[in-house]
Ligand binder design. Structure first.
Ligand code: SF4
Length: 188
């Protein structure tokens, strides 16, 4: 798939049993510590702390479809500050597809990590004690559930995460999202 404006994007998918993914790729304490250092911690309904037990929620499902989307900016050396705008159309596309699959398969989606797509930046109701405005759309990420995305991309997809340097974007981004389900297989 390609967008002739400013990037190319390609999806890869893998399936894994939920029990195996939790056993080998979840490190709840380590990633909870990372989350506590993030500006969105306890300030967005997408993010920890959660008012439910994560493992109890996820173990209702037998299998997990993982999707890794590789986004390659056409122009090299773009400022990192533009990365949110660059990946936003792909986040919207992935979320739409996940919501369709969630309904078709009585499943549970896990979105790509990042600021919530469904309200203007900085206007989440969580800090002010209000209810989420779009609970039917908001799904926490795999990172927020405590999964190791670096190991996921490396060991399950053969792809290393790259990081920006000197204020510039890396040569590619990898976004990982998923669908917890009870089917034998779900096609992406
Ligand atoms: S939809 Fe709005 S209220 Fe709900 S988590 Fe997102 S930003 Fe917060």
């Amino acid at each position: 798939m390609s967008n002739n404006l400013n990037y190319q994007a390609e999806d890869f998918s893998r399936s894994i049993a939920v029990d195996d993914y939790i056993a080998h790729y979840r490190d709840a304490e380590r990633f909870a510590a990372c989350c506590r250092g993030c500006e969105n911690y306890n300030r967005s309904w997408c993010c920890p702390p959660f008012d439910f037990d994560v493992e109890q929620r996820l173990r209702k499902y037998e299998n997990l479809l993982l999707i890794a989307t590789v986004i390659t900016p056409v122009q090299k050396g773009l400022p990192f500050s533009e990365s949110r705008a660059l990946i936003r159309p792909e986040r919207i596309r992935l979320d739409k597809r996940l919501h369709i699959l969630e309904q078709e398969h009585h499943a549970l989606a896990a979105s790509y990590v990042g600021s919530c797509l469904y309200c203007p930046e900085g206007s989440c109701t969580r800090s002010s004690g209000g209810e989420c405005r779009h609970p039917e759309l908001v799904r926490p990420s795999l990172e927020a559930y405590g999964f190791d995305i670096g190991r996921t991309t490396k060991e399950l997809f053969g792809l290393e995460l790259l990081w920006g340097r000197d204020g510039l974007m890396p040569e590619r981004f990898i976004m990982v999202c998923g669908l917890f389900h009870n089917e034998k297989a779900v096609k992406w």
